[in-house]
Write a protein that binds this ligand. Sequence first.
Ligand code: ADP
Ligand code: ASP
Ligand code: MG
Length: 407
Amino acid sequence: MALIVQKYGGTSVGTTERIRNCARRILETQRAGNQVVAVVSAMSGVTDNLIRLASEVSPEQDPSEREMDVLLATGEQTTIALTAMAINALGGKAVSLTGAQAGISTDGVHTRARIVNITPDAVRKMLDEGNIVMLAGFQGETASGEITTLGRGGSDLTAIAMAAAIKADLCQIFTDVDGVYTCDPRVVKTAKKIPEICYEEMLEMASSGSKVMQNRSVEFANKFGVRFEVRNSMNHNPGTLVKEETPGMESVVVRGVSLERNQAKVTIDDVADRPGISAAIFDAIAHANVMIDMIVQNVSFDGITDISFTLSAADLPKAETALKKILPELGEKAQLRTTSGIAKVSVVGIGMRSHSGVAATMFRALADAKINIQMISTSEIKTAVIVQESEIENAARVVHTAFGLDA
Ligand code: ADP
Ligand code: ASP
Ligand code: MG
């Protein structure tokens, strides 16, 4: 008998018919002689809708993050109960547990809490009594009993962390595509399913916009060595295995291409070129709780330079407010400029560690397609560029082709 953790995402439980489909699959897995913990997300669109309702009742200010968590956790609570009912209606035996009931303890950072500990006693007891455990994704509880959520896409993290805590034999992430592809298959029709990918590549792809997996969940899987499969909940095709790096994986230079929309750029022109300026800028940004991505500082001229950085477009107002306050400290003529409507394309692969020419191939492909590059950043296993958002899909396609990834 194996112990299996399955996770079904929002689209997979998006209608009552789909919930019944998941219920059948979960029950089949148990009836094949396994113990099953099934994590579910909120029905697709529900979390977004709750966020919209919150902003409608609190239009002038951001709603309290504590209340956001109380609200958002209801989405997953609905689906655990409905899926448990569907399993029971099919003649199975299921019981639903919220994150708190399942012993998922988090820190107190509301809306993006980190799991600090899992005490899976209740889960084990229910499994041993022959139940399928329906576990609410995306949520936990602080030591003082506050409800928390784990950041968007956080049901992936619930599944991987629970799989680690109960030492599951298998962790399966069911979604609405057949696995992890060389690029988002909804954008690049010629993208191919990747049979195996290592944690590091999956993490870079997830962090640069391939939202098929939540990046924090991949980080967790890497840290605790949780292998997992990404598969389609609507068919039985083999999926993608995400696991540790193995010899031979480095022979593929580029494993995949990611795109990230809704980016923005902040430029501060004519800042003084002296120690403390960058520190002042990025202190202000950090205090405003804004995450930044690429940073570029120009070569200075006459003691003056300019600094640009990118961020999510949604954070632009917060960043602008924070920077306006300190602008006079940055130089007599310092000026703030912002650009939205930009996006990022990244190529990712551990083979980049040992192969040269990746940037050249990428830039040539974009040049041939007459796509202008606005900013560039590189890391050991990633090369990323900022382009006009209207060109992002074409950019992803030409880069995908240039690296021979097309099916
Ligand atoms: P779920 O609700 O199951 O968690 P998500 O919407 O979070 O599903 O993730 C699945 C989606 O991720 C797919 O529908 C696909 O459009 C998108 N996606 C982005 N990049 C990739 C990729 N490289 N491979 C597969 N899917 C991707
Ligand atoms: N329902 C949450 C979200 O939409 C968590 C998840 O789906 O994983 O972000
Ligand atoms: Mg998801």
